[in-house]
Design a protein. Structure first.
Length: 303
């Protein structure tokens, strides 16, 4: 078996491997796969292949790809995933993870983070044996299309559509609370910014998904849990003229909600979300600088 970097020629078989491995694992536990087909999984790998901060490795045996693993460097933190293998029980996934960790250490990363579904016991064993521990429990929540409750009290927040002028301040705010350097993702995904007395106190990101044409909410971070849900309520109730391409209430919504704030799950239920499953954020090395109320990305890798 050879472990090597992904090439452009690998994208088609790697997309098939990624989709097949995740679809098989998800269906055996009664949950949908992260992607509807091989093309969507391949598109994710194409995005990683183009990103300068990303590393994608494949395991090849007898001329065929049998596993793959990816990670991205975000400042001093690498975010890992997806990791997929056709052949369980041979230590192939562990070998890939070990090589990714070695490369992260060589790049000077102080920590590695990843998301694991609650039903994926083998993954917990794999990562626990390499020094990872749970730092957050995550609710995978969903909401059907439809307007939310009226925003009665904005709590002194000034909410507006994200603009390029916000990015530098938003990057500093995000790094302070999450420890991640991800300006490209913030610039591409943030839809709303919340300020109080002129200072950024939260933001809400969203992107389109391949699943049921829903919106994936996240990343989203706020200083206070009620500020986060004020942002969500505003997004569901307001038809913001300055972002005509996005109406949160017009489509179904999916999100991964941190449970670091005890009131988060009740607030989500109050906005019409339902809890579908549970997952965990694992970390190795330096712990996150804070545990803010937040929505993680819906990609298998934290973004």
């Amino acid at each position: 078996m050879e472990i090597r970097p992904l090439t452009a020629d690998d994208l088609e078989p790697a997309g098939a491997l990624l989709y097949g491995a995740f679809a098989h694992a998800a269906s055996s536990h009664g949950v949908p796969a992260p992607w509807p087909d091989e093309a969507a999984a391949r598109a994710l790998l194409e995005r990683y292949h183009r990103a300068r901060s990303a590393t994608v490795l494949v395991a090849e045996e007898g001329g065929a790809l049998i596993a793959l693993g990816a990670q991205r460097l975000r400042g001093e933190v690498t975010t890992m995933g997806p990791i997929a293998s056709y052949i369980p029980g041979r230590g192939i996934g562990g070998a890939l993870v070990d090589e990714l960790l070695r490369r992260a250490d060589d790049e000077g990363a102080a920590a590695q983070r990843l998301y694991v579904d609650g039903w994926n016991a083998p993954a917990f064993a794999l990562y626990a044996g390499r020094g990872f521990g749970v730092v957050d429990a995550v609710l995978h929540v969903e909401r059907e299309a439809g307007a939310g409750p009226a925003l009665g009290n904005a709590r002194g927040l000034e909410m507006r559509a994200f603009g390029s002028r916000d990015l530098d301040e938003l990057r500093r705010f995000d790094h302070k609370l999450t420890g991640l350097e991800r300006p490209d993702d913030l610039g591409a995904m943030v839809r709303l910014v919340a300020r109080r007395r002129g200072e950024v106190v939260g933001y809400l990101g969203a992107s389109e998904t391949h699943l049921d044409q829903a919106y994936a909410l996240g990343p989203a971070v706020a200083v206070d849990v009620m500020d986060l849900f004020t942002l969500l309520t505003y997004a569901l109730s307001a038809a913001t003229e300055d972002d005509a391409n996005w109406r949160a209430s017009e489509r179904g919504l999916r999100a991964r909600l941190s449970t670091s704030a005890p009131a988060a799950s009740m607030a989500a239920l109050g906005l019409g979300f339902r809890i579908r499953e549970l997952g965990y954020i694992l970390s190795r090395g330096a712990p996150p600088p804070a545990r803010p109320p937040q929505l993680y990305s819906l990609d298998p890798e934290i973004v």
